[in-house]
Design a protein around this ligand. Structure first.
Ligand SMILES: *[C@@H]1O[C@H](CO)[C@@H](O)[C@H](O)[C@H]1NC(C)=O
Ligand SMILES: *[C@@H]1O[C@H](CO)[C@@H](O)[C@H](O)[C@H]1NC(C)=O
Ligand SMILES: CC(=O)N[C@H]1CO[C@H](CO)[C@@H](O)[C@@H]1O
Ligand SMILES: [Mg+2]
Length: 282
């Protein structure tokens, strides 16, 4: 029997599906799209494991694009594999490796205000006599003491350089919403009257490096995320199409956001992938 959808749903579905012609690659946010993070590693969002397989089987290029900065990429990927996702380190674009490249290029020696789990990503770098501060989602390591130490390093420099791994406002774990790095980045900006350089979503360069990994042009790619500003808005700024999933940190008011309008809204990753893959075979 043919499923009867309300007229509005049919129209919206058709609208964004029509824009899919020429799609060659899919960029996926991880947290809130594949799984909900939290104590004990988190829980997969129903249908998302199968959706990843379906993209891979369809011949579309796939790259995961995360602002996750609590653990090294290797640790993070291991966790996702334990949750049943078929994902490898080279399929993940993440801020820490990107910032390491920048630090090397510019001969910067970082003072780190990051989660303990991320510190090994910076092992190869000279951290003596720091000439910049790198801030990431330090979670419980965002103590007054640690923030103040970073502040003192910055305020003592002639031209303070603050590099931030993302600028998210908050994110969601299984026990609720959590303040993200952006809130702390703003505190240091305010105290030192400076502007941070953001590495990670929604920075254009970050999406571009993910696209380069896939070898597709912005107009051939679609980003799927739960964050209307950082995933959807960031991707659109870079020339990609952006879909928002109604999972993770999604809130209904996102669909009336003051300056970001997603190319489409879907209930979850599985629904998005069904529509995208069907469209390929038209
Ligand atoms: C995992 O993904 C790779 C491509 O990234 C694919 O070749 C392989 O068949 C997948 N493995 C499973 C078990 O689906
Ligand atoms: C970071 O937090 C962990 C867990 O609370 C703690 O054991 C560690 O000492 C902290 N590290 C720093 C540098 O504050
Ligand atoms: C925009 C975005 O992807 N935000 C993510 C930032 O990082 C946390 C984890 O540290 C994720 O939960 C958010 O989804
Ligand atoms: Mg997310």
């Amino acid at each position: 029997m043919r499923q009867v959808l309300p007229a509005a749903a049919v129209r919206v579905m058709a609208e964004w599906a029509k824009q899919l012609a020429g799609i060659k690659g899919v960029l996926l946010d991880i947290s809130g799209v594949l799984y909900d993070s939290g104590e004990g590693g988190g829980v997969p969002i129903p249908g998302s494991r199968e959706a990843v397989e379906k993209i891979k089987a369809s011949g579309l290029k796939l790259q995961f694009c995360t602002n996750e900065t609590e653990a090294t990429r290797a640790k993070f990927v291991e966790k996702l594999q334990r949750l049943g996702f078929n994902i490898s380190v080279n399929e993940v674009t993440a801020p820490a490796p990107a910032v390491c490249r920048i630090l090397k290029e510019r001969n910067l020696r970082p003072h780190l205000l990051v989660h303990d789990g991320l510190v090994p990503e910076f092992d190869e770098l000279d951290k003596a006599n720091p000439n910049c501060v790198v801030i990431g989602d330090a979670a419980d390591n965002f103590s007054y003491k640690n923030l103040n130490e970073a502040f003192r390093v910055l305020i003592g420099m002639e031209n303070p350089i603050l590099l931030s791994l993302g600028r998210g406002r908050y994110y969601k774990e299984t026990d609720g919403l959590k303040l993200d790095v952006g809130a702390y980045m703003k505190a240091l900006e305010y105290a030192c009257d400076i502007q941070a350089e953001v590495v990670g979503k929604p920075a254009k360069a970050f999406f571009q490096s993910a696209l380069a990994e896939m070898g597709v042009e912005p107009h051939q790619a679609i980003m799927i995320g739960d964050d209307i500003v950082n995933d959807v808005g960031g991707a659109q700024q870079c020339g990609l199409r952006g879909l928002q999933v109604r999972t993770g940190k999604y809130r209904p008011c996102d669909e009336q956001h003051s300056h970001v309008k997603a190319d489409g809204y879907v209930n979850n990753l599985a629904e998005a992938v069904d529509i995208i893959v069907k469209q390929l075979h038209k």
